[in-house]
Design a protein around this ligand. Structure first.
Ligand code: B12
Ligand code: SF4
Ligand code: SF4
Length: 392
């Protein structure tokens, strides 16, 4: 009876393992296309509590039903690609006044890398089966909950920091999935989370975004905040430190990442000038220059103004007095979030300016006052007013 059932599967795990290695995929798992019914209350509560970022696919019913994505869907393949290369560990901030991009944006944009590898996998499966297969592949921007798919396919377990943690590569992996009409035996998920009593990530999170184990309030998460448009809420600006894009804190502290194997591919090898960009250089980039320099990374999709705003915040946090003349130019910029953030950034330096450069301190206050008089955006006016009342 058991043999009869096994012969129904069209590809064995051995065949899949061979294709995985040939296609440069680090981990592969299989699950069914059964709906993720248990996620319905989780995703609904997440939305009702206001924890969503707005980057999630909007229709919850579609997020939990892989079977709808392909006619005759029978299985789902989950893949993981590791991105922590041997160079990540030895990377140091080069000299100069610099910010930092999250490690996930240090190499090539993972969306492209994973899509390419999954397309190779589709080709390999078609070769093996001698037929065209129906497929729906997605990485990040598809309807499915990538982490839930990976967990059910046995790729890893949920950490209390919400990340999928794998035995071999820790949580430094990107996830993708392929819904297909090929019947493959499903793998087995881990039996729950392996975090045990640890709560290091929850204690280390700078903003309290991990409001409960396994739950991130996006509106407090610096990964979201560095990507949001407009003015960053005041309470998070100093907490951003020198983060220009994303946040790695809850993964860096995780013991499961201490022994993580290095990524083997070349795609994510870091380039120090991009990983730790020079802050005043960022302020000077045009949209075209930004696209040329950062367009191939995962840090480019929100455009240059979000990056400039974050660079202004980082300069304010570093109290970079030398950058004051450059920052003051932004008080009359055509972007309200840059005008307002520039006022905040110089206000961070007033104590130091009053002490070390009183002449420049007076000039700063004059320029902020003049800008405030001309300002028409009420939110920016508030920022400038705030800068006046916090002038050291
Ligand atoms: C929206 C989004 C964000 C938002 C919200 C994050 C979040 N936690 O949901 C923001 C912008 C904040 C974000 C940040 C990051 N993201 Co993001 N993001 C997504 C996206 C598009 C959707 C996530 C989603 O659906 N969330 C819904 C909530 C409810 O899910 P969840 O928080 O993961 O919670 C799950 C578990 O907690 C579990 N659960 C619930 N209750 C319980 C109870 C127990 C006991 C257990 C065991 C589990 C459990 O069920 C939930 C659903 O699976 C996915 C891609 C995708 N399409 O899925 C990428 C994705 C999750 N992001 C990813 C990455 C890399 C990141 C960052 C690490 C980037 C960075 N360094 O800055 C951070 C991590 C922050 C964090 N704490 O999660 C990767 C994760 C890879 C991995 N190894 O897990 C993904 C999968 C993209 C990809 N394809 O590789 N992200
Ligand atoms: S990514 Fe940063 S801000 Fe977000 S939950 Fe993790 S530590 Fe907290
Ligand atoms: S830091 Fe501890 S609690 Fe957080 S994900 Fe890692 S093992 Fe789990």
């Amino acid at each position: 009876m058991q043999n009869q059932l096994q012969t129904q599967y069209e590809l064995s795990h051995e065949q899949l393992e061979k294709m995985r290695a040939e296609c440069g995929i680090d981990l592969i798992g299989v699950t069914t296309v059964e709906p993720f019914s248990e996620l319905l209350p989780v995703l609904t509560a997440y939305r009702d509590k206001g924890f969503e970022s707005g980057f999630e696919h909007p229709v919850i019913e579609e997020r939990i039903d892989p079977g709808n994505l392909v006619p005759g869907a029978k299985s789902m393949l989950a893949i993981a690609i590791a991105y922590y290369t041997e160079d990540h560990a030895s990377m140091h901030r080069p000299a100069g006044v610099r910010g930092v991009l999250s490690k996930y944006a240090w190499g090539l944009d993972y969306h492209r890398v994973l899509r390419d590898k999954m397309n190779l996998l589709i080709g390999a499966m078609e070769n093996e089966l001698g037929r065209t297969i129906a497929c729906h592949l997605s990485v990040d921007t598809g309807p499915l909950v990538d982490r839930a798919v990976a967990e059910r396919a046995g790729i890893g377990w949920f950490g209390k920091n919400c990340s999928i943690i794998t035995e071999k590569y820790g949580s430094w992996v990107f996830l993708g999935q392929l819904v297909t009409d090929v019947l493959i035996e499903p793998g087995r998920p881990y039996e729950g989370s392996l975090c045990g009593d640890c709560d290091l990530c929850i204690r280390a999170c700078p903003t309290g975004a991990l409001v409960d184990p396994f739950t991130t309030d996006s509106s407090r998460c610096l990964s979201y905040i560095t990507q949001m448009k407009g003015l960053v809420p005041l309470e998070f600006r100093t907490k951003m430190g020198t983060r220009i894009w994303g946040c790695d804190t809850c993964q860096v502290v995780c013991p499961s990442n201490k022994q993580a194997a290095n990524a083997s591919g070349e795609e994510f090898r870091p380039e120090p000038e991009l990983a730790f960009p020079e802050l005043t250089a960022l302020l000077g980039l045009s949209s075209r220059e930004f696209k040329n320099e950062f367009g191939a990374t995962a840090a480019a999709w929100r455009g240059v103004n979000v990056i400039k705003r974050n660079a202004l915040i980082a300069l304010g946090n570093l109290k970079q007095v030398e950058a004051v003349p450059r920052i003051l130019e932004f008080l009359t910029n055509d972007r309200p979030e840059l005008r307002g953030t520039a006022a905040w950034a110089v206000a961070q330096m007033m104590e130091r300016l009053n002490r070390d450069r009183p002449g420049l301190a007076g000039e700063v206050l004059t320029q902020v006052r003049l800008a405030a008089e001309k300002e028409t955006d009420p939110a920016v006016q508030d920022e400038m007013q705030w800068a006046f009342t916090h002038n050291g």
